[in-house]
Design a protein. Structure first.
Length: 210
């Protein structure tokens, strides 16, 4: 219905599963940000009373989201069967894109979890940030609709390549290209390593600030 109303193309794939396949990684990513960002403050009693590697808190919050992902994945398989869309050999790449999505979620979450301890106002901005980020990702539209002049900005979004990757692996949509995935891996690796360093540095002050 939405596809007919908005006249959005979907690469020849039934629009409901076209969108739902993108919501798999995006839903996991956005929920991970939501849970992990506030995880250090939510576990303040434990952090102030017991010593343990603080980084475990946002990591565990990110990993827990895999349960919801698994449930959503089963629902997608049911939808694919209903529409007569069967996965092919590309489905073997799903674990790769899932791992990259997990690392992307953790990379951003580490920064937010550390910052939120000192800047609680971040909570008010998070819904708007995630909503804008979603519309900057190919969740409800294909990558082919992105204007060429904005392509450089689109390519900076790590979730864009991962969403395209999920659609390719599940629905045989156009592939994101190895260059895109390579850039995503390098970008996420840098953000993750810097995020770990920043989180561990800030973690020494958590007990005093919280």
């Amino acid at each position: 219905m939405f596809s007919n109303f908005a006249k959005l193309p979907s690469d020849g794939i039934p629009y409901p599963i076209f969108v739902y396949a993108a919501l798999l990684p995006w839903g996991y990513f956005s929920r991970s940000l939501d849970k992990s960002s506030f995880s250090t403050v939510a576990e303040s009693n434990l952090i102030t009373k017991v010593y343990f590697p603080r980084i475990i808190v946002p990591i565990s919050a990110t990993i827990i989201g895999l349960v919801d992902f698994a449930i959503a994945f089963v629902l997608l398989l049911i939808m694919m069967a209903f529409y007569g869309v069967m996965p092919s050999w590309q489905a073997f790449f799903i674990p790769v894109f899932l791992l990259l999505t997990l690392l992307t979620s953790l990379a951003v979450s580490l920064w937010l979890a550390a910052l939120f301890v000192r800047f609680r106002d971040i909570a008010a901005a998070m819904p708007l940030v995630t909503q804008v980020w979603m519309f900057g990702s190919p969740v409800v539209y294909p990558a082919s609709l992105v204007p060429e002049k904005w392509r450089w900005l689109y390519d900076l979004n790590p979730m864009a390549g991962l969403i395209e990757g999920f659609r390719w692996a599940l629905l045989k949509a156009p592939p994101p290209g190895m260059e895109r995935i390579a850039v995503t891996m390098l970008f996420v690796s840098a953000i993750l390593l810097l995020g770990m360093a920043y989180f561990n540095r800030m973690a020494r002050k958590f007990a005093d600030v919280i």
